[in-house]
Design a protein around this ligand. Sequence first.
Ligand code: NDP
Length: 481
Amino acid sequence: MKRVFNFIGGDFHPPCAGRYLPDVDPATGEEIAEIADSDAKDVDAAVAAAARAFPSWRATPAEERSRLLLRIADLVEENFDELALLESQDSGKPVALARRLDVPRAIRNFRFFATAILHAETKCHSMDGAALNYTLRQPVGVAGLISPWNLPLYLLTWKIAPAIAAGNCCVAKPSELTPLTANRLAELAREAEIPAGVVNIVQGRGPAAGRALTSHPDVPLISFTGGTKTGADVMAAAGPLFKKVSLELGGKNPNVVFADADLDAAVATSISSSFANQGEICLCGSRIFVERAIYDEFLDRFVDRTKKLRVGDPRDPATEVGALISEAHFRKVAGYVDLAKEEGGEILCGGKRPADLPDRLRGGWFLEPTVVAGLDCSGRVMQEEIFGPVVTVTPFDSDDQAVAFANGSRYGLSASVWTRDLARAHRVAAAIDCGTVWVNTWLLRDLRVPFGGMKESGIGREGGFDSLDFFTEAKNVCVKL
Ligand code: NDP
C-alpha cells in the first residue's frame, strides 16, 4: 500500500507519531493509500522549516521567484494526465472534469501569480512638499493554508501560488480525503528546485493537523477554504492570536431565470451549475428560481436533461457525474432527499443510487442527480448547504420577489441571473447580496477579479492583487522633505 508522508524542509518525512489514515477511492470504496495522520509535532516541524527558509526566500528577487513558479506550472503541465487521474481517483470526480477544470486551473494559478508579481506597483502619497509617503508591501512570514476535498489541487494551488509568489513560505494542509495530488505537487516542487522549506505540506485530519496550524503562534496568516462551521473554528483559534485570516466558506447560491432569458442557454448551463462535480462546488447554483411564465417549460426541459446525465465510472471519459466524496457525505446528501419529502417537496427525478452500476463501482457512493420542486423557501432543504447533486426549483412572480428569494439565505457566495434585459441584469446583480454575480453564464472566472463571499460565505477577497495584498503587509514609510 502506498504511504503518503509529509513534505517538510524539502524532504518527505513519516508522521512523528507513526499513525496513518486510510485514503479511499470513493468510486469503489477501496483503500488506495495510507496517509500521514499528523499532529502538532509534525506541524511544529513544518512551521520551523518554513520559518528557516523565509529570510532567504523573501530576499529572492521577484524575477527569480517568478521563474521558479513558472517551472512548477510547466511540471504540472508535463504531468497533466497523471494528475488528472489521481484527482479523479481520490475525489470520485469524472476524469474528464479533472482534465477540463482542475489541472488546467492549477497550471493557470501558478502562471498567473508568477507573472502578477512582475507587474506589482505601490502607492505614493506626497504631502505638499512636507513629506513623501510610500507603501511597502512585504511578505507576512509563514502562511498557513487549509483547503477542502472538492477541488483539491485547484484550491490548494490557488493558495500556494500567491503565498509564495509574494515571498512567504507556507505550510499547507490538504483535506485528509484527497491527499494525493498535493503529495504529487510536493514532488514537483522539489523537482522545480523550489528552495527547501518554502513549500511544506502536512497531511492529516482537520481537528489535529489543521487546528495545530490555525493555533500556531508562529503562523501569522491563515487562508482557509471549507465549510462555514469549520470556518468558525478557524476564526476562534486564529482570533486571539490576531492572525490575518481569509475565509472562503459555504454557499447556497441562487440561479435566477427570468422569462426573457435565452432558455436553451439557461437550461444547458443550469445543468452544469447544478451538477458539475456532483454538485460539490461551493459555487454551484443549488436554488433555482424561475419566473412563473416559463416555469413549466424550464422544468420540463431541465428535468429531461438531468435524467440524461451519465452517472458512472469517473475513469470513463464520457462520465458526467461521478461519486460523492465519502460514505458520510453520501448519507448527508441522501438525508436531504428524505428531508425534502418530509418538507412536502416533490422529487422530480433522481434521489437514489443508480441501479445499473458495474460491479467495480458497487462499493462507491453514487447518487442520481436530483431535482426537487414544491418546497418552501424557509425550509431546511432550501436553507442549508447540501453540497451534492440535489437542486430545488421554485417559481417567482416579480423582480422584487426574485431578489428577495435570492437574498433569503444566510449565505452570500455567488449567484447567476438569466435575462436578455440589460437594465434588469444590472439592477438585480446590484441587489443580490453575494460576492460574485454571473449574468447569462456560470463559473466564468477571470483570475484578476475579487473573489469571496458575504454573510456566512466568508471574510475577505482573494484573486488578482487582492490575493497579493492579503499575502503581504502594507507598511507606510514617511520621509520628511
Ligand atoms: P471542511 O470545512 O470540513 O474542511 C476544509 C479543510 O479544513 C479540510 O482540510 C479539513 O481537514 C480542515 N479542517 C477541518 N476541521 C478543522 C479545524 N478544526 N481546524 C482547521 N482545519 C480544519 O470542508 P470540506 O472539506 O467538507 O469542504 C466542503 C466545504 O468547503 C463546503 O462547505 C464548500 O462550500 C466549501 N468550499 C468553499 C469554497 C469557497 O471558495 N468559498 C470553495 C470550495 C469549497 P479534513 O478534511 O481532514 O477534515
